[in-house]
Structure formats: C-alpha cells, structure tokens
Write a protein that binds this ligand. Sequence first.
Ligand code: AN7
Length: 360
Amino acid sequence: MSSYTRRVTPPQPLLERYRDLLARDGEPFPISLGEGATPLIHARRLGAELGLAHLYLKFEGTNPTGSFKDRGMVLAVNRAVGAGARAIVCASTGNTSASAAAYAAAAGLPCHVILPAGKVARGKLAQALAAGARLVMVDGNFDAALTAVRRLGEDGLAVVVNSINPDRLEGQQTGAWEVVDALGRAPDALALPVGNAGNITAYWRGFGRYADEGRTPGNGRPRMLGFQADGAAPIVRGEPIEAPETVATAIRIGNPASWDGAVAARDDSGGLIEMVTDEEILTVQRMIVQLEGVFCEPASAAGVAGVRRLAAERRIGPAEVVVCVLTGHGLKDPDAVQGEEGTLVPIPADLGSIREAMEL
Ligand code: AN7
C-alpha cells in the first residue's frame, strides 16, 4: 500500500470523529471514503400517515457504497491493513461485498467475495465487479457462504470482514452515536431490519456505550425494534430457517451470526423482534419514497413496515421519538421496483400526443 493518507473533507472521516471511542492508542486510520455523517430526516408526511409526530429516518444510503456496512468496513479494513493482511474475504447477500470491494480497492488489497448465486441485487453485484473484487458464486444461500468463509479465515489466508470480525460491529456503533448527536438525546425507539443481526447488536451496544460515557443527554436508551421478513425469520420463530426466502434479499438469512446479540438487544432494551410480509415491505418502500423522497432498498423498508404496524396497534405512542434506520439505497436493487412500465410505451413525439398521454 502507498503511504499517503486520504483526507476527505467535509465531513471529517468517521473514525477520526469518534477516535476517542474507537482507536487503540494512536493507531492510524489511513483509509476513508467519507463514510458516516448520514442525514437524520424528520419524516413529517410519512409520520402523519402512520400517526407519529416524531418519526425520523436515518438514511444510510448516502454512505460511500450506499449502505450502513461502510461504518464497520472502514474500521475492519484499516485494521486489516495495520495487521499486514494480504487479502480480505467475505460472504454476503450483497452490501457487505460492495463495501468490502470498495475499501479493499482503496487499501490496495485483493478482495474475495462469496455470494449466493442468483440472489444478489443487481446494483450490489455491479459494485463488487466494478471495484475488481474476485467473485465466487455458490449454489447455496448466505448461510452456506458464511460457513465457508469462517473456514477460510481459520486457515489464515485472508482477513474475514463479515460481522464475525469484531471491528465491524465496533464501527457500526457510530450509527447510534450519530443519532444521539443529531437528536440531542436517545430516541424512545429505534427500528431496523434484522438479517445476520449484526446491526441491531451494534446499535444497542452503541447506545449503551454512549450513555455509559456520559455522552447521551438524559442518559436514555431506546427500545430496540427489529424486523425480519416472514420468510426469513429465524429469531422470531426460534429456530434456524433451512431455505429462507424474501424479496428483501439483503436479509435473506436463515441462521444469523449475531443471534445472541439480537436477543440481548431485544430483551435488555424492553424491545421486540417481529416479522413483516414481503407485501408490507414493498408497500412501505413505495410509501417512504413517495411521501419523503427517500429511496431505500426493500430490506430497509422492513423496519418502517414494522413501525407502521406497531403504530396502528398503538404499541408505539403518537408522541414518541422513533428512528427508523434505512440501511441501504434503493438504487442497489432496481428490479424490486415494479409497476408503471405500462406508461413507458413510446408514443409519437408531437405535442398533441404528449399532452394526451399526460392527461392534461
Ligand atoms: C440493506 O451484505 O448481511 O442484521 O451480507 O444489506 O446486520 O445483517 C446485509 C444485511 C439490513 C441486515 N439492511 O443487517 C450482507 C448482509 C441491508 C442489508 C441488513 C443487511 P444485519
């Protein structure tokens, strides 16, 4: 690797901003792509629809590779570089591979990604390919791919950057810290999708850490609300799912690595982990972008779909401060946006025909 330090301004690189909470005595963080500092958006129109006056969207789609994975990847890859790694490897439903490929490229390291064949959203695949990652497709799901990656890690051939690497969850705590910094308090509830269960684990640790450090005004912690897709809901059902299926391919995971962390987050926070249907996910994905202009991928909508249901059932109060983490950008998965094609049939280019088509 070359010896330059990449500076990205603004904002200040995430790991520098929270250096006092993350760094081991003065270690360098030469790699940054400008991750973090994502917007917390007061969703007034969507909130009105759901009956929530203080609904916020933490839009992680503005991260460099378009998902929250960059928060942990930046720490994992910086540490891999510091440890003299020769390559990195991950299994992925898509976003981890897109993030790993980008940070490995910036570090000048080869990146190998093991993906479930046919189930990775088009944008994510394009990202990994474009960044020069070496792709291996397996005839199996994410869980099978992760099992293989664990073995490769044990053999010491490459540093594993899945969330079984503790640096990943360390870095992902920054999402919680930014929420508290932006609100000036902890929210009453924080909702997010649950796949491999790393993010819910990291957020809960992050809120705890921030409060313990005296950095959360009022010392509060939110109830953690996790949502799985009903075809891929091992934690809700209490057992691994052999063949998980959901339109939200990011969370098509049957045996989450951070299962215990998710259960701890749920129980220690007085929260819950429940499931939503694919239909609810797609409906709510559309609601979010059509009411707020924020385009997230299907998995990200699962958290909001869950909040919508809890609000309707009055299990969330109308005045509570609720943050939904929108984990990934909608452009990741263009195939998930259906309908409307009928209006795209070409017509003659004269004004009369166009007026008629516009129904003006
Ligand atoms: C958009 O990329 O597991 O519960 O391999 O991409 O921390 O796993 C992605 C997961 C939610 C679930 N939203 O987070 C992968 C991968 C999006 C995601 C999740 C993922 P975790």
